[in-house]
Design a protein around this ligand. Structure first.
Ligand code: GLN
Length: 364
């Protein structure tokens, strides 16, 4: 109760403060559904100050490089579908995208093969198991499970066509760059650190061979997958990638089409079911937004039609999801009424004051 009161006070204070700050990006507001800059700024700033000194969680350490990343790093970026950009905290730090890459390789596989073939070859059932589970590969009828657990993601990477490993890898990296609207590159130290310690992923790929559920040389697929996980992004670049999904597949900054519009629901539904692995159900219950986490400390959440929020903070919970990132996204999405499963997300809520608009009147 005390914490709730404090949060409310902080939020009200920041909202009031935001009203007195010049808001240069408000003029760019051009989407009928994207949030207004002032409310966005207030919610993001409040979340930043509320959770900045939260020290719960622990850096991933099964990839040695990740264990030594400064666990105090904390950055937030929001990009709307009309390309309003709002950032706070450590926004220049380039962290490894890790498993968030899986959604963009899935997108590329669907661009190349179409969604039916990808669905047949990978599946889309939540495993209810950790992201690197061997048991899930054995037990799931599809073996691959879905494109967002390691086994399914390595199999998805194996679907990408190319004459050789280099050509496949170049295509993937170029695709991620197109989604972010900026040239991305691998963080070599992350790649080396992960390549030296990825025996578990090699074992998953070998097991998929047994079930005939991997579609290229398994070690080649693991190596390309390891590179894709090592791609560096800052929070703004990551939020642009998410805003591309929110914007029906068109990057809001470059206006380039990256993902076919008809593939977007397949990506967002996969994120809803498996984006936070074995805590995806709890996330859907509490937050109601498609999101994807990475063990580097990033989480990307997408609000269809409106925009995306990317948060980076390395300490993770037991499921491998950034603790602070989950708190920030939960807070911001509640403040801005983004839960997709709530009619409030399209203005049919009950919290607006009486007479504050036609919609509110209809709801009374
Ligand atoms: N590269 C990591 C791995 O394969 C990705 C896992 C993650 O981010 N959850 O284990």
């Amino acid at each position: 109760m005390a914490a709730y009161t404090m949060q409310r006070k902080t939020f009200v204070g920041l909202t009031v403060a935001a009203c007195f700050i010049a808001i240069p990006i408000a003029a760019q507001h051009s989407s009928p559904v994207a949030p207004r800059a002032a409310e966005l700024k207030a919610a993001v700033n409040a979340a930043y100050s509320l959770f900045k000194s939260d020290t719960s969680g622990k850096n991933a350490d099964y990839i040695p490089y990740l264990a030594q990343v400064n666990s105090k790093l904390f950055g937030i970026a929001v990009v709307t579908t009309d390309n309003q950009i709002y950032t706070v905290g450590d926004i220049d730090y380039s962290f490894s995208i890790q498993s968030i890459s899986k959604i963009f390789t899935l997108a590329l596989a669907m661009e190349e093969l179409g969604p039916s073939k990808v669905f047949d070859r990978i599946g889309s059932e939540p495993t209810g198991r950790p992201f690197n589970s061997v048991d899930a590969v054995v037990d799931m009828p599809t073996h691959t499970g879905n494109p967002l657990v390691n086994a399914g993601a390595i199999a998805t990477t194996s679907l990408i066509a190319g004459a050789n490993a280099d050509e496949k890898w170049r295509k993937i990296l170029e695709y991620y760059s197109k989604a972010s609207g900026e040239k991305l590159k691998v963080i070599d130290e992350v790649y080396r650190s992960e390549a030296a310690t990825n025996a578990g992923n090699k074992a998953l790929a070998a097991l998929l061979v047994k079930y005939d559920r991997i579609y290229s040389d398994p070690l080649q697929a693991v190596d390309i997958y390891t590179k894709q996980c090592s791609v560096g992004v800052n929070v703004k670049q990551l939020a642009e990638m998410g805003a591309t999904l929110a914007n029906n597949g068109i990057n809001p900054a470059t206006r380039e089409r990256v993902v076919k519009a008809e593939n977007i629901p397949h990506i967002l539904s996969s994120m809803t079911m498996a984006g936070l692995y074995d805590s995806s159900g709890g996330w859907a219950w509490q937050v109601g937004l498609p999101a994807k986490s990475g063990v580097g400390g990033g989480i990307l959440a997408v609000v269809p039609g409106k925009g995306a929020i990317a948060v980076f903070a390395p300490p993770l919970d037991g499921q491998g999801n950034s603790v602070k990132a989950q708190k920030v996204i939960t807070y911001v999405s509640q403040k801005l009424r983004y839960n997709l499963f709530s009619p409030d997300s399209v203005g049919l809520g009950v919290r607006r004051p009486k007479g504050s608009g036609e919609q509110a009147k209809r709801n009374q």
